[in-house]
Design a protein around this ligand. Structure first.
Ligand SMILES: Cc1cc2nc3c(=O)[nH]c(=O)nc-3n(C[C@H](O)[C@H](O)[C@H](O)COP(=O)(O)OP(=O)(O)OC[C@H]3O[C@@H](n4cnc5c(N)ncnc54)[C@H](O)[C@@H]3O)c2cc1C
Length: 357
């Protein structure tokens, strides 16, 4: 199949993300033959540290021989692009998709804009993998931003953070959470997620990360000598709901097919597996001429529903202050069950299954 990949950005480019691939995502990239290129640039992630109020703290390892990886999206996304091009895909950057081309109810390509002007690109099948605010999914009424949750994410790199280890960190607080991950070059990726339904523009543009760390008695001493490297990137509202996985001639993959919240650190695993499922559906649609968006939707639900349910429950629990206090109590009282959640969030079962093949 002739594949043409287009992106509005020029690469390499930065992307606001926690910069960790969970073990399931790493194993999937291994089976695709991509992980080798990453390992030279990535740091191993051996497990997660989760803290809550009242000094609750749990550290859980993914298990023997199982690792996640930390590397910047700048590096990861370029490695993925090179792999796609090495497999035969044509890549054009700097092309912004402005909407679908339609023939009746069927998508027959995309309209794009670039510095050279506007252009129509026709294709027998389009895969929209254009992220949370997918022009195509929103334009076709497949996605929308729900009224709640209204969480925003703020991310930056810091040098000189003390006690950064080979564990990812999730610090859950009554007003949101703070993720910290080691990244190559002696830096730490710091992401703060806040419910900003009541935030005004000024608050969104202030240094939310510095304020969150400065107020946090568990974290502020670790940042005493730390310095922010580069600017704070802001993104939100994060939640996007999708109904369906496409229309005739169009299939959704990755965040374009829906995104709620990055707390469980598995967005890339869903995106990579969602890409595989969309690719298989695309081949079927090209081969048979029969639209495959409904069957893609069904197979996505079958594969992802259990994990989506777990993620939703965790997010609901930490979405309100009483929930966070309960979660903190659970963490203090029952550290073993909380430890069991860490491999679940890390898709360790997926990693083990793929390693055994
Ligand atoms: C704060 C935060 C932290 C996160 N941390 C983690 C983590 O540690 N681990 C994890 O697994 N997941 C994490 N996630 C989730 C993860 O970032 C996403 O699930 C993942 O990036 C989805 O990949 P994607 O390819 O679908 O979308 P994206 O990575 O958003 O890629 C979409 C691409 O489409 C391009 N594009 C967009 N619009 C257009 C257009 N109109 N025309 C042309 N091109 C376009 C963009 O330039 C971009 O390159 C985090 C998310 C957030 C918000």
């Amino acid at each position: 199949v002739h594949v043409r990949v287009i992106d509005r950005c020029r690469f390499p480019r930065d992307k606001l993300c926690g910069d960790t691939l969970n073990p399931g995502a790493v194993a999937m990239l291994d089976t695709l033959g991509v992980a080798g290129a990453l390992h030279t640039r990535a740091l191993p992630v051996l497990g997660m540290i989760v803290t809550g109020p009242r000094n609750a703290r749990v550290a859980g390892r993914y298990g023997a021989g199982i690792q996640g990886a930390a590397l910047t999206r700048r590096d990861l996304d370029v490695a993925l692009l090179y792999a796609a091009m090495a497999a035969g895909a044509q890549f054009d950057d700097g092309l912004m998709v402005t909407g679908p081309l339609m023939h009746g109810t069927r998508v027959t390509g995309v309209r794009v804009r670039s510095t050279a002007g506007a252009e129509n690109i026709r294709a027998p099948l389009v895969v929209a993998a254009d992220g949370r605010h997918s022009r195509l999914a929103f334009g076709l009424g497949l996605s929308r931003c729900p009224k709640a949750p209204r969480r925003w994410a703020f991310g930056a790199y810091y040098a000189g953070v003390a006690d950064v280890t080979a564990f990812g960190e999730m610090h859950i607080r009554p007003d949101g959470y703070i993720g910290i991950a080691p990244v190559p070059g002696g830096l730490a990726n710091v992401c703060v997620v806040r419910d900003c339904s009541a935030c005004r523009g000024q608050e969104l543009h202030g240094d939310v990360i510095a304020r969150a760390i400065g107020r946090d008695h568990l974290l502020r001493h670790r940042f005493a000598m730390a310095e922010r490297v580069g600017s704070v990137r802001v993104l939100g509202p994060m939640a996007v709901e999708s109904r369906g996985a496409g229309v005739a001639g169009l299939l959704l993959a990755g965040d374009a097919a829906g995104f709620i919240d990055p707390m469980t650190g598995d967005g890339l695993r869903f995106a990579i597996r969602g890409g595989e499922l969309a690719a298989a559906a695309a081949l079927r649609e090209l081969h048979t001429g029969t639209p495959q968006h409904d069957s893609l939707d069904a197979v996505r639900r079958r594969e992802f529903a259990a994990k989506w349910r777990m993620n939703r429950t965790l997010r609901a629990l930490v979405g309100v202050p009483w929930g966070v206090r309960t979660a903190a109590a659970l963490t203090t009282l029952w550290s073993r069950p909380v430890q069991a959640l860490i491999p679940l969030a890390g898709d360790v079962a997926v990693a083990r299954r793929l390693h055994q093949r």
